[in-house]
Design a protein around this ligand. Structure first.
Ligand SMILES: Nc1ncnc2c1ncn2[C@@H]1O[C@H](COP(=O)(O)OP(=O)(O)O)[C@@H](O)[C@H]1O
Ligand SMILES: [Mg+2]
Length: 247
């Protein structure tokens, strides 16, 4: 483990900050109040669209020194943009390993923020660059290329943030990602991952934080609304489709 807790110091919590986005998002308001603890090497953030998962993950990435638009620690490959508002406010409580890691030189610091929206652009930008991967990702499907990139990036312990990495992946590729994530967790790395995938969220040993309109809370995989919906939909799609199509 590298990071134990993210929080917003009291001195940053002015009325102006508290009354404006992103502190107006319930999960961020709760984070300001209590901080958010990380107890296991892999943590999934699960919740509806708009609940604030991306806002959290981007803030976490930026506060750790990773590029919030997606990318490797200390490596800038797209235009510079200002920090995310949450990234500026957040601070990390680290383990001693985490403190060494975070203060390491930019090139030594292993970490990566992977978001589906920018991953493909990133793959193109770095394909052929030394030190990334041997395989020609242009000759692969998106999903295959994505997994190649992931396994190359994730070879060393570091801090990895992901936002819906399942977007390009088939069911079987998701299982391979579970395998990768699991191995990463075992190797001393830390992963925080926003996901809508019940497959990913079932990674053994992972912690799950559900993000809702009320804030966030730890929960178990089998108690997730997401899992319940998928299970019921797979069993009886008609029960849902009746409402969706009014038929
Ligand atoms: N730059 C922004 N400025 C203001 N509101 C934003 C901004 N980005 C996202 N939001 C809002 O913050 C909320 C959380 O968004 P987001 O973190 O993207 O949710 P999720 O990733 O869980 O779908 C949404 O209501 C969204 O409309
Ligand atoms: Mg999102």
């Amino acid at each position: 483990m590298l990071a134990r807790r993210a929080y917003i110091p009291d001195e940053f919590q002015s009325d102006e900050v508290l009354d404006s986005w992103p502190l107006t998002v319930p999960c961020v308001a709760q984070l300001a109040e209590t901080g958010i603890e990380f107890e296991r090497p892999i943590t999934f953030l699960v919740g509806e669209n708009g609940s604030g998962k991306s806002t959290l993950v981007e803030g976490f990435a930026e506060a750790w020194g990773l590029d919030a638009r997606g990318g490797r620690a200390g490596r800038k490959y797209v235009n510079d943009r200002p920090k995310t508002p949450l990234g500026e406010l957040l601070r990390w409580d680290t383990t001693s390993t985490g403190a060494r890691h975070k203060s390491g030189t930019r090139t030594k610091r292993r970490g990566y923020f992977l978001r589906a929206e920018t991953a493909f652009g990133f793959m193109e930008a770095v394909s052929g660059m030394r030190g990334y991967w041997e395989e020609d990702t242009n000759a692969m499907s998106h999903g295959e290329g994505f997994l190649t990139v992931l396994s190359a990036m994730f070879q060393e312990p570091g801090f990895y943030l992901m936002d819906e990495p399942e977007a390009a992946l088939s069911f079987n590729s998701c299982l391979r990602l579970v395998n990768l994530l699991y191995d990463l967790g075992e190797s001393g790395a830390q992963v925080i991952c926003a996901t809508h995938s019940p497959v990913l969220a079932a990674t053994p040993g992972a912690d799950i934080i559900e993000v809702t309109d009320d804030g966030f809370q730890r929960t178990k995989w089998e108690d997730l609304a997401l899992v319940d919906h998928w299970r019921r939909y797979m069993n009886t799609p008609e029960a849902y489709l009746r409402y969706v199509t009014n038929k």
